[in-house]
Design a protein. Structure first.
Length: 112
């Protein structure tokens, strides 16, 4: 049972000077966190939520660049960060969830 509570804490740091532009840096954040898109058509405004990678998996946001995901999602996350390897430093740490945090990620457990 304790095995089911294992998760991964991911932390990252963006090296802004290595990005070709702020637009490229923003692309990294959009691909990870998603974004809101506002479209103005005539006199109306439409707001759309565009999903990022973290919208595809249950997660706990710890801080601006720190979050926790379930171990089963780690390979997908690793591939994402590998794409940005020259511009973003990241690390992963095993964590053991308490009951409260486990409930937050419960739907992930139900899929196993």
């Amino acid at each position: 049972m304790i095995e089911r509570k294992k998760a991964i804490l991911i932390t990252f740091t963006v090296n802004t000077s290595k990005f070709e532009s702020m637009s490229e840096r923003n692309k990294f954040y959009k691909e990870l966190y998603g974004w809101k898109q506002t479209v103005k058509k005539q006199e109306k405004r439409y707001i759309y939520r565009r999903n990022g990678l973290l919208d595809e998996m249950p997660h706990i946001k710890v801080d601006k660049s720190i979050f926790i995901i379930m171990r089963k999602h780690m390979e997908k996350m690793r591939r994402f960060f590998d794409e940005w390897d020259d511009k973003v430093q990241w690390d992963e740490f095993d964590v053991l969830l308490n009951k409260e945090k486990e409930k937050i990620l419960r739907r992930c457990f139900e899929d196993e």
